[in-house]
Design a protein around this ligand. Structure first.
Ligand code: CAP
Ligand code: MG
Length: 437
């Protein structure tokens, strides 16, 4: 192999030791199509712009990627399938793997736009990662709740309240019927609400709420920190204070932080909630960047227990029902089927535990029904503004949400349920069936 064109080998038949990636590429008018396709495989594996002699070495070629399938879909737009021999990668090192498959290649002048849509992992790569420690079943066991969606709430405003105000909201939502309090993605250890004070104050109310209700309650404590050492210190603090869960901003923290926290959580017996803030900067534009599907599959490997995946277009954030369903399949099934419409490939997880999908963003109790119709009940539901914005406040908002979920589980339409639930009726009168933007 030397020039970019040599990385296109349409006669190649991939085997079970190839990691397969699907890319969409837009070729500039000045570039030959085949050269652009080959450039994607070259730059994301072993090659560079120059015909370096060592590219011809047999052992180098053994770890080179090849474009083996090309389908035109628009003027100068093509779907490529690229095979990467699994030996190209360091097993268990997501940062290394992504520096190849999702690395420099996105900035090349020789493509106008490039979208990495899916990566089909091989058995060896899957087995090199831990996967979730608890997964859906383990998390359900913590709450002794087999069927209904688990319910959580983030205090709003996101940032600015004191630790005492934050903890008090915890008290209201727990006693109102929710399972989990959650820190927001941008609340970590600010001076007005320091980490340790918040954790201690909130867990105190958690204990009281458990005593009052007789139900298990928990708290998703944001341990995202500037260094792994500090993240570990915070996770240890959370565990020692009696927490059973931590959360991390997986995108702003990065692969290594997620991987490291998974190890820390194993030692401490903590479950891990993954928040995806920042993903929209690289997943949202459909002809360029890295898909949410890839992110979700990668963090299943790394071992988060819950992951935000969207609301199937019911709430305030983008993400079509089809896209969200495909992501949900890929984080929950043992063998996820291919989805040609989403340009995703089948994925065997070889027994790796499923991740609990979390639906969140612009929800309120009245439209919970729409989400459950689309995503099923084996999910977590997060409602922030739709609880704390209830006309009667957070406690009433939590009660309304609990009533909405119980009604759904009993097969009762939300409008009918509102007749016998004061808080749900107030939510219905206030918001109707509006879908926030
Ligand atoms: C939701 C939320 C979540 C988003 C994240 C927010 O608040 O707390 O971070 O849902 O997006 O800050 O917007 P509301 P996604 O319930 O008040 O909307 O779940 O899509 O990753
Ligand atoms: Mg948030």
């Amino acid at each position: 192999m030397a020039g970019y064109d040599d990385f296109v080998q349409t006669s190649y038949k991939p085997n079970s030791k190839d990691v397969i990636a699907t890319f969409h590429v837009k070729v500039p008018t000045w570039q030959k199509e085949k050269t652009a396709w080959g450039a994607v495989a070259s730059e994301s594996s072993v090659g560079t712009w120059a015909a370096v002699k060592a590219l011809h070495y047999k052992h180098v070629q053994k770890v080179a990627a090849k474009v083996f399938d090309v389908k035109k879909d628009s003027n100068r737009g093509y779907w490529l399938k690229i095979a990467y021999p699994e030996d190209h990668f360091e097993p268990g090192n997501m940062s290394q793997i992504m520096a190849s498959v999702a690395g420099n290649v996105f900035g090349m002048k020789t493509v106008d736009a490039l979208r990495l849509q899916d990566i089909q992992w091989t058995k060896k790569i899957v087995k090199s990662f831990p996967g979730p420690q608890f997964g859906i079943h383990g998390v359900r066991k913590i709450f002794n709740e087999k069927k209904r969606p688990l319910m959580l709430s983030v205090p709003k405003p996101k940032v600015g309240m004191t630790s005492a105000e934050h903890a008090n909201i915890g008290w209201q939502i727990w006693t109102g019927g929710l399972d989990l309090l959650k820190d927001d993605e941008n609340l970590t250890n600010q001076w007005f609400n320091p980490f340790e004070r918040r954790v201690l104050a909130s867990l105190k109310f958690r204990d009281k709420a458990e005593k009052l209700t007789g139900d298990k309650k928990s708290y998703l404590i944001n341990v995202t920190a500037p260094t792994v050492k500090e993240m570990e210190r915070r996770a240890k603090f959370a565990a020692k204070a009696g927490g059973e869960y931590v959360m991390i901003d997986i995108c702003t923290g990065g692969w290594m932080a997620v991987n490291s926290l998974r190890e820390i959580c194993q030692d401490l017996g903590l479950a891990m909630h993954a928040h995806r803030a920042f993903h929209g900067s690289f997943t949202r534009v459909h002809d360029h960047g890295f898909s949410m599907l890839n992110l979700a599959k990668s963090v299943r490997l790394l071992g988060v227990d819950n992951l935000h995946i969207g609301t199937a277009n019911v709430g305030k954030l983008v993400g079509t029902a089809e896209e969200v369903r495909n992501i949900q399949n890929n984080i929950t099934m043992d063998v996820a089927p291919a989805d040609p419409k989403e340009h995703s490939l089948a994925q065997n997880w070889y027994g790796m535990k499923p991740v609990f999908p979390c639906s969140s963003g612009g929800l309120h109790p009245v439209i919970v029904e729409d989400v459950l119709n689309k995503m099923g009940t084996n999910i977590m539901l997060q409602i922030g503004g739709g609880i704390h914005g209830h006309p009667k406040g957070s406690y009433a908002g939590a009660k309304a949400m609990r009533e909405a979920v119980e009604a759904y589980m009993d097969g009762v339409h939300v409008d009918d349920a509102a007749k016998s639930s004061k808080e749900l009726r107030e939510a219905l009168e206030y918001w109707g069936h509006t879908r926030p933007r």
